[in-house]
Design a protein around this ligand. Structure first.
Ligand SMILES: O=C(O)CCC(=O)C(=O)O
Length: 273
């Protein structure tokens, strides 16, 4: 079994997550797990795999992103399988179990102006269901003007938006003809619904897989903005093969549409039953 988080979410926090699609949970990852994640990110940044990207706009430092780095970095694998995220995720989803889907790394060096595009996560990948939570964890102090931002209530809109590539906004081959709408112009249409937070290492944002979110650049003078996320699914969530290219994709997972996301590729890390 994985370790317990430093604390579990309160009933008010779970209700806020259900209502708003995102909630900040302060002080839930113990310092030793933050150290492990920092080591894992350092190692991931020295290596690469099929989802490793170093996005560099003219004259700017790198915006490093990666998915499933836990496949090649033991510290990240250990965090996923033994760390505090699994039980936290089950609690926030009100699920008996939490299966680990994959993890992500998002490092914006000081001076990276590039924003992380507005998007929902689920339309990128193979999870269909209501119990999907992403736990976004900063590894540095993050002021609200640099932090992840979430559009309050957008997980309840009943609309899947067309996923686009962070680097250049290119399509993954899913659009309106497949039921994926053009993403809204958040800053003009939904600026009044933006939620963001001042966070310290150990705090996380738990957001729903259908919540629209994005992040500004890191215009701090010298502070890096390192963050990892991990995506978890619960009892009601199943595999879906989406049209076009999925990211990340798991071609060898052996699942077909409607199968529970509960197998070696997507291990059941927490189980309260
Ligand atoms: O940290 C970022 O800049 C973006 C994170 C993100 O989009 C995610 O966690 O899904």
């Amino acid at each position: 079994m994985p370790v317990h988080p430093a604390r579990l979410p309160s009933e008010d926090e779970i209700t806020a997550f259900e209502r708003d699609g995102a909630v900040a949970l302060k002080g839930v990852y113990q310092p030793e797990w933050i150290d492990l994640l920092r080591d894992g990110v350092d190692e991931a940044m020295c290596t690469s795999d099929r989802y490793t990207r170093r996005i560099q706009d003219e004259g700017e430092p790198d915006f490093f992103t990666d998915y499933i780095a836990s496949d090649r970095v033991p510290a990240l694998k250990r965090f996923a399988l033994e760390g505090p995220a699994a039980e936290l995720s089950a609690a926030i989803m009100r699920s008996r179990r939490a299966n680990f889907l994959f993890d992500g790394i998002f490092v914006k060096e000081a001076g990276v102006a590039k924003p992380s595009v507005w998007h929902q996560d689920q339309p990128y990948y193979c999870a269909e269901g209501r119990q999907v939570v992403v736990i976004w964890a900063p590894l540095d102090s993050v002021p609200a003007d640099t932090c992840l931002q979430c559009v309050r209530g957008s997980h309840t809109w009943g609309t899947a938006f067309r996923p686009v590539k962070f680097r250049d906004g290119a399509s993954f081959g899913r659009d309106e003809t497949h039921g994926y709408m053009d993403p809204p112009d958040v800053m003009t249409e939904h600026a009044d619904k933006l939620m963001t937070w001042d966070l310290e290492p150990g705090d996380v944002i738990a957001f729903h897989g259908m919540t629209i979110h994005g992040a500004p650049g890191n215009l701090q003078k010298s502070n890096r903005r390192r963050a990892t996320n991990s995506t978890w699914v619960g009892d009601d969530t199943v595999y879906i093969n989406r049209p076009g290219v999925m990211e990340p994709d798991f071609p060898d997972c052996g699942l077909k549409d409607g199968d529970p996301l509960d197998c070696t590729r997507f291990p059941r890390v927490f189980d309260a039953s």
